[in-house]
Design a protein around this ligand. Structure first.
Ligand SMILES: Nc1ncnc2c1ncn2[C@@H]1O[C@H](COP(=O)(O)OP(=O)(O)O)[C@@H](O)[C@H]1O
Ligand SMILES: [Mg+2]
Length: 249
């Protein structure tokens, strides 16, 4: 990348506040977060359990709405969209990978991967999807159902599906949370490689320093606030930074 290349923002939130519930039981899950996720990069959102990571991801991705502040995918402010347009935006411009894989059990591997394309009425693109199938290493499993695959293989299907529709941004919430460390490492390597090779954007929520170290940059949340950012993270540096949050007050 040259210095003349302007950094585009794939997604961002500005002054994001999210309050769950009302009155005495209200929880301020996001307490004024502003953060931009650059296009073509792999960003990890890191923080202790309950720090607001999933809430930030859900609001940035249009799965939930902010109490105040704004969320944007590219130049589109999500708060200006009605339900139908929001649904279309999530379908056409956003990919998701969840901890629980969320594949369609009755469909084969190949059908699951093609699902975003078929739903969007977009056919063809055989070559690109073929390449994606090879990237995730599932060529010999295309006719299997999800229940016939290991957890790591299922998550690799989910990663391929998330990228299949060529989204502006893929959001992943603890994508290795249900995997052993070896399969988890494969999925993380796959996410990082796909960003590098296709120039797509990934935003991943994790509480695991080893997972965060696969990202280009880590943003740290604590108590619903953005408290730090780290370029070119290593697991040791992320772990050190996390320990600093846990000093008893
Ligand atoms: N649907 C909900 N209703 C009420 N409180 C919630 C809800 N979702 C999350 N919270 C609370 O908001 C805070 C942040 O949660 P979350 O975003 O899930 O954190 P993280 O993903 O970092 O573990 C926590 O205190 C959590 O209990
Ligand atoms: Mg979470």
């Amino acid at each position: 990348m040259t210095t003349a290349t302007a950094t585009r923002t794939a997604a961002r939130v500005v002054d994001a506040v999210k309050v769950y519930g009302v009155g005495d039981t209200a929880v301020r899950a996001l307490d004024g977060v502003s953060v931009a996720f650059p296009a073509g990069r792999f960003t990890a959102i890191m923080g202790p359990s309950g720090s607001g990571k999933s809430t930030l991801m859900h609001c940035a991705a249009g799965l939930d709405t902010l109490t105040s502040g704004t969320a944007h995918i590219g130049d589109t402010e999500l708060g200006t969209l009605d339900d139908r347009r929001l649904t279309l935006l999530r379908r056409d411009r956003v990919g998701f990978v969840f901890q629980a894989f969320n594949l369609v059990p009755t469909l084969t591997v190949e059908e699951n991967i093609r699902l975003p394309l078929d739903l969007a009425g977009e056919r063809g693109e055989r070559e690109r999807i073929d390449a994606l199938i090879d990237v995730v290493g599932l060529r010999d499993r295309l006719r299997h159902r999800p229940s016939e695959l290991s957890g790591g293989q299922q998550q690799r299907v989910a990663v391929a599906r998330a990228f299949a529709g060529r989204p502006d941004v893929v959001f992943a919430d603890e994508p290795t949370g249900n995997l052993d460390s070896r399969s988890g490492g494969e999925v993380l390597g796959l996410l990082a490689r796909t960003v590098r090779e296709t120039g797509r954007t990934v935003v991943m929520v994790t509480h695991d320093p080893v997972a965060a170290a696969h990202a280009d940059e880590v943003v740290f949340l604590a108590d619903g606030r953005l408290v730090d950012r780290m370029e070119s993270p290593t697991a040791d540096r992320v772990l050190d930074r996390m320990k600093a949050f846990e000093v008893p007050s």
